[in-house]
Design a binder for this molecule. Structure first.
Ligand SMILES: [Zn+2]
Length: 345
């Protein structure tokens, strides 16, 4: 196989397998899938990788971006699509390519990733074929390492699944220029997450679009400023983020040097002696980052955490400030910083 998988920087814990729900030869390529998605107003192909009948593996959506493939289960996933619909029309070469690809992914994550069919999280038959058998998965969706020899699976056996796959049909898209209650709800949600969507007036204007793009940048989504199911999922889930390793060596001074307004204020308030290395503050930041996503969602969890750890750090303001500073540092985007006042510089 010629395709070489490269691990993305965003966190990944699950891989989902799909079928394209079409045997039309004209649809047997990622470019057509991408075009069909764009024609519907979406941000291009939702799958990361597309396997043609010929076994050619094509790039779809950037692996660094969250896919738009499994409603409600897109965060931390990789989405792979095999072209096909009828179970007996998938090719052995496609299955071999899928196994090779999944084996590469499995190795890249040292076995700490599980493999699933779309049907496991949706009322669909997708991907139609018996992917568990093709990949040799155990009950939890783990793939063996090393995998079985190529050619072990035949298409008849693999095609044990029945039924017809249903293509993902987008449900609702809120975008620039829209008006109404959906927009109002979105404005309220973004405001509660600490973004700056402007007035809560039910009109999708430039400020709201910028706020949506800021949120999308924060969540490794395609930054198109439109709210479809994937962005809505990110808003709803407030996905937990991993603490960046560089953060463990940070101090108030270095954060201030990186432009954190809150760190700067803390320094000017004479708190520069407080460093993050190996102390209670780091533990607190760790704990915060494991429990909440956006700083404005801290209020509830913070109260409990501070009642436990508060004395260690001498007050919640510093901890919140550090957390905000970390968020600010991580976002790393001028756009984000421009539109998240109160959270960044
Ligand atoms: Zn699917």
């Amino acid at each position: 196989m010629s395709f070489i998988f490269t691990k993305p920087n965003r966190p990944v814990s699950r891989v989902f397998i799909h079928c394209s729900a079409s045997d039309n030869p004209e649809h047997d390529n990622a470019a057509t899938m991408d075009r069909l998605h764009r024609e519907r107003g979406w941000s291009g192909i939702g799958y990361h990788l597309f396997i043609r009948k010929s076994a050619l593996v094509e790039d779809g959506r950037d692996l660094e971006k969250v896919p738009a493939a499994q409603g409600g289960n897109n965060t931390r996933t990789i989405a792979i699509c095999l072209h096909g619909l009828a179970v007996d029309k998938f090719t052995q070469e496609q299955f071999d390519a899928l196994r090779d690809l999944c084996d590469q992914i499995n190795r890249a994550y040292q076995g700490n990733v599980t493999f699933h069919g779309h049907c496991e999280v949706a009322n669909k038959t997708c991907p139609v074929f018996d992917y568990r058998n093709v990949l040799g998965l155990d009950m939890k969706g783990r793939m063996p390492m090393p995998m079985r020899p190529m050619g072990w699976v035949n298409t008849t056996e693999a095609a044990a699944g029945t039924g017809i796959g249903t293509p993902d049909v987008p449900i609702g898209l809120v975008k620039f220029g829209d008006r109404g209650p959906k927009v109002r709800v979105l404005q309220q949600e973004l405001k509660e997450l600490g973004y700056q969507p402007g007035a809560i007036d039910g009109i999708f204007g430039k400020l709201l679009r910028d706020a949506v793009m800021a949120l999308q940048a924060d969540h490794d989504l395609v930054t198109d400023g439109k709210v479809g199911p994937v962005t809505a999922e990110a808003i709803a889930a407030q996905a937990v983020r991993a603490l960046a390793p560089e953060r463990t060596a940070a101090s108030l001074l270095s954060l201030a040097g990186n432009g954190s307004r809150i760190a700067t204020a803390s320094v000017s308030n004479g708190l520069a002696g407080l460093t993050l290395t190996g102390g209670g503050v780091l533990a607190l930041v760790n704990e915060l980052s494991g429990k909440v996503d956006e700083v404005n969602a801290i209020a509830g969890p913070l109260a409990g955490i501070l009642s436990t750890h508060g004395p260690l750090v001498g007050g919640g303001t510093i901890a919140v400030g550090l957390f905000v500073a970390w968020q600010s540092w991580r976002s790393g985007s001028a756009r984000v910083q421009d539109h998240r006042s109160g959270k960044t510089l």
